[in-house]
Design a binder for this molecule. Structure first.
Ligand code: ZN
Length: 566
């Protein structure tokens, strides 16, 4: 029951770790019997968990207080020394695949582990190291460029996220001016953004070729350990979004226009949802955590145990303060078998999202806290987000405690935002497929391709003559396209699964919760689609899945008290 503040950190002796890793790898390779083989394998795993615990301690403490010079220096040491260990994983995978005990490994830990090792071995060769460094550099350059934005607005200078509040202003002329200023900055960087992306496409295609993949799409899917679906399956899935979600989303945009009293909605009007403001939680950290404690105790014995542990061991750092890094995340400390939640509470509904979404991730980590071999519990991102996004819905019955008079508004915007996100997510995925199937396209052709795709998924958008957007520039602000190719669809897939839990939970809570517990425990042991089957969820890649969901969500929205939503 160690509290976070009492968890001891001393700088690891990296050379000694490396010597130990190499010794165990030798033992693994030379093992004459399966006992020796498994012993070496588990020793490598224990050592990596240990190193990862130390790394995570440093990174959490550094993000909580960036002014703490001790952890700042330790973070630098970690960043310098950790990359040398990344090769241990692929060497270990290759030894396992070539081993006479390969079959025993599959018997003990499941066949999916070998599929993961095969992929791990396939996506790396020493010949691509230079290209990978270049790819990372280009991504960093993109991130730096966007972070460097200085936008003059109403006599002050803002970065891109600093412009957000103006984009949601109830005064239309301020929204328009803010949107023009923001996109104007993007337009002024167009050449640089094009150049960076062009180089990224080239280097990614080169890496794929060197590794023997037919194109970069296949490599990108392998990098994300997607063993059971490909981009052809993604097409069937996206078509369902176009057919079933787009019409409903359009209807909801019309509701928004009526609510705001605007007849000719422009792109800059859509970020304002309610004239009375977005749903706001009541109270600060202490009140919200106290409510969450009651909520999780009532939801199930397991969630109660989990949340009390988070409180008692002080495993959450929630409120924003000077020197604290921005954003929020959930991470895991393997040696202590506990999760940690980091966030920046600021009085918006995002605070409650931390207590449902990040806590959903953390709850999954807690239920699966001690796998015999870490690699078996390693899951793909579409699975990870099911844990968190579904928890947002399982906790719906308690939202009155957080939102009081804004509760109906919260319910409405939670479901509507999630629904309207799907077409945008699909547009970003379809665009990336086009990029890598047409690697020689010019920047103008890329933009034109996006504008066409956008018209299919987001037909309501009227850019009011903004040239950069009219010509298809919007995707350049979506960092995932530059930094994490093909990742974006995972959010939408998980959302579709979370919707299924939402509908199931309203019908039969007991059954839905049992299935959710199972999806938390089994994550990583079998592929995504097999996991869905085992948990009684419909497979989003099978035609008809989404058409079953949308009418139920529409029914739910109709059941809300509209007099509270304005
Ligand atoms: Zn998440």
């Amino acid at each position: 029951m160690t509290k976070f503040k009492d968890m001891q950190y001393t700088r690891p002796d990296f050379a000694a770790y490396m010597t130990k890793f190499k010794g165990y790898l030798q033992e693994l390779k030379n093992a004459q019997d399966k006992e020796t083989f498994f012993k070496a394998l588990l020793a490598i795993d224990a050592l990596s968990r240990n190193l990862s615990t130390l790394y995570t301690l440093v990174s959490i403490r550094n993000s909580i207080n960036t002014k703490d010079t001790f952890y700042e220096a330790e973070m630098d040491v970690m960043d310098e020394n950790m990359p040398q260990f990344s090769e241990i994983g692929s060497t270990m995978a290759q030894i396992c695949l070539d081993s006479p005990f390969r079959k025993d490994l599959a018997e003990r830990f499941g066949a999916h582990l070998l599929e993961k090792y095969e992929i791990r071995a396939k996506i790396f060769k020493p010949e691509i190291v230079e290209d990978m460094i270049e790819e990372n550099k280009l991504v960093t350059e993109y991130e730096k460029l966007l972070a460097s934005a200085e936008i003059e607005f109403q006599g002050k200078t803002y970065n891109l996220s600093g412009m957000m509040p103006f984009m949601q202003n109830t005064d239309r002329s301020i929204r328009k001016a803010a949107s023009d200023a923001s996109w104007g900055w993007m337009a002024s960087q167009q050449d640089k953004l094009d150049e960076l992306f062009d180089k990224l496409v080239k280097v990614r295609c080169r890496i794929a070729k060197k590794l023997g993949f037919a194109n970069f799409i296949e490599l990108a899917y392998a990098r994300m350990t997607r063993t059971d679906w490909d981009y052809k399956a993604a097409r069937v899935y996206r078509k369902q979004i176009a057919d079933s979600v787009v019409p409903l989303a359009q209807k909801l945009y019309k509701e928004q226009a009526a609510r705001l009293g605007i007849k000719d909605m422009k792109n800059y009007d859509y970020s304002l949802n309610f004239l009375s403001g977005n749903p706001k939680p009541v109270g600060e950290e202490a009140e919200l955590v106290a409510q969450a404690k009651i909520m999780y105790e009532e939801l199930s014995p397991q969630t109660g145990e989990f949340f009390n542990l988070m409180i008692n061991q002080e495993l959450m750092d929630l409120t924003t303060k000077p020197g604290k890094r921005g954003g929020g995340y959930m991470t895991f400390l393997p040696d202590y078998k506990v999760p940690f939640i980091f966030s920046n509470f600021n009085g918006t509904s995002g605070d409650v999202d931390v207590l449902t979404h990040e806590a959903g991730h953390a709850f999954q980590g807690y239920t699966n806290r001690d796998p015999e071999l870490s690699d078996t519990a390693d899951y793909t991102m579409e699975v990870a987000e099911i844990h968190s996004m579904s928890m947002e819905f399982f906790t719906h019955p308690w939202m009155q405690r957080f939102f009081d008079k804004d509760t109906e508004k919260y319910y409405y915007s939670h479901v509507v935002d999630a629904l309207q996100f799907l077409p945008y997510g699909a547009s970003i995925d379809e665009l990336q497929e086009w990029f890598y199937l047409n690697p020689d396209a010019t920047p103008e052709q890329r933009r034109a391709a996006y504008r066409e795709i956008e018209k299919k998924y987001l037909p309501h958008l009227d850019y009011d003559g903004n040239e950069y957007l009219e010509k298809g520039g919007r995707w350049q602000k979506q960092a995932h396209v530059y930094a994490m190719p093909f990742y974006y669809l995972d959010y939408t897939l998980a959302q579709v699964c979370a919707f299924q839990y939402f509908i199931w939970d309203m019908k039969n809570h007991e059954e839905a919760w049992k299935s959710y517990m199972h999806i938390c425990k089994r994550a990583g042991q079998i592929p995504f689609t097999a996991l869905l089957k085992e948990c009684g969820l419909d497979n989003p890649f099978e035609d008809g899945c989404i058409a079953k969901i949308t009418p139920k969500l529409e029914q739910y929205l109709d059941s809300l008290d509209k007099s509270q939503i304005h």
